[in-house]
Design a protein around this ligand. Structure first.
Ligand code: NAD
Length: 290
């Protein structure tokens, strides 16, 4: 394996998404430089990638694919942004907050090669607005990956105002290396998937708050009546309730539309540390942090 065009890819932010993106790239034979501001996040990412590879090994008895040690050896973890100086492509996955993204982009713009594409893995933030933080808005593109990244074959690709066809082609080629296909959409906050999904999850939280039905029944209705694999509250727990809250706040602020107002119960659960799977408890109890 290995790819000539994308030898080394920078992955910034090593949370739920950054870890998944790094794993997927390394499993595709690409070297990864995984950057986070927190050493603990990097350690946690390495542990979760190891765990995920082990699970894949159990289910994929055919023995295909690289050994976990080989995959992990392709991922270099660091808190030093300067190590991104030679990357061929960069995927950014820091928290869904504008001030944080606003701090990251001028920094990577100064460090990374000028031809390097910046792919923004964001739930809702405008790609055009992120592009404006850099001197290369034509090379800034949205890649809204789905969770868990290694298992999801489709990525919502967002074309910012200045994003060129060449950048979209480069992005499609990288996604192909990762075994994925992109669906290209235009840029407005929340894009296609999260403008619908965030409202749905938020409304489901209102239903629980209003005691119309417990979480299990809300989810059961979606699964049994509409054939959804997961209900909206299970999906919220998988994404992370803090990320849902941040996304709703971005949408509310972007559109100045109160329909995106986060349900108070969602805020309360985030304040209480009930973030869903990643903290071990959200609308459901996962026992341990997974
Ligand atoms: P997360 O909270 O799990 O991880 C975010 C990581 O960013 C943390 O490890 C944090 O330490 C790190 N970070 C914060 N500031 C940083 C900085 N300045 N430089 C480097 N690292 C920094 O969040 P997540 O769920 O992985 O989400 C990341 C992004 O992906 C968000 O924009 C989110 O909206 C988007 N996204 C999330 C999902 C999902 O299902 N969770 C799906 C698609 C897209």
């Amino acid at each position: 394996m290995g790819d000539m065009e994308f030898k080394t890819v920078g992955v910034v932010g090593a949370g739920v998404m950054g870890a998944g993106v790094a794993q997927n790239l390394a499993q595709s034979g690409v070297d990864v430089i995984l950057v986070d501001i927190a050493t603990e996040a990097l350690d946690k990412a390495t542990a979760s990638i190891r765990q995920s590879l082990r699970m894949q090994g159990l289910f994929n008895k055919s023995g295909g694919g690289a050994k976990p040690a080989e995959v992990l050896a392709r991922i270099r973890t660091t808190t030093d942004y300067d190590e991104l100086a030679g990357v061929d492509f960069l995927i950014e996955n820091v928290v869904e907050r504008w001030p944080v993204k606003a701090e990251v982009y001028p920094k990577i713009d100064a460090i990374c090669p000028p031809e390097c594409v910046f792919a923004v893995n964001t739930s809702c933030i405008s790609i055009t607005k992120v592009g404006s933080l850099t001197r290369r808005p034509e090379r800034v593109v949205g890649t809204h990956f789905m969770n868990p990244v290694p298992l999801k074959p489709v990525v919502e690709v967002i074309r910012g105002f200045h994003t060129t066809d060449e950048t979209l082609d480069t992005t499609r080629r990288l996604l192909a290396v990762m075994g994925k296909e992109g669906i290209v959409v235009q840029d407005l906050p929340g894009f296609v998937s999260n403008r619908v999904l965030m409202l749905t999850i938020n409304e489901a939280v209102w239903l629980v708050q209003d005691q119309v039905a417990p979480a299990e029944d809300v989810d059961r209705l979606f699964k049994t009546c509409f054939g959804h694999k997961m209900g909206p509250l299970e999906t919220g727990d998988l994404i992370g309730l803090d990320t849902i809250l941040d996304s709703l706040l971005v949408l509310e602020e972007s559109y100045r539309d109160s329909k995106f107002r986060p349900c108070p119960l969602l805020q309360k659960m985030v304040d209480a540390g009930l973030l869903g799977r990643k903290s071990g408890r959200g609308f459901y109890d996962y026992g341990i942090s997974v």
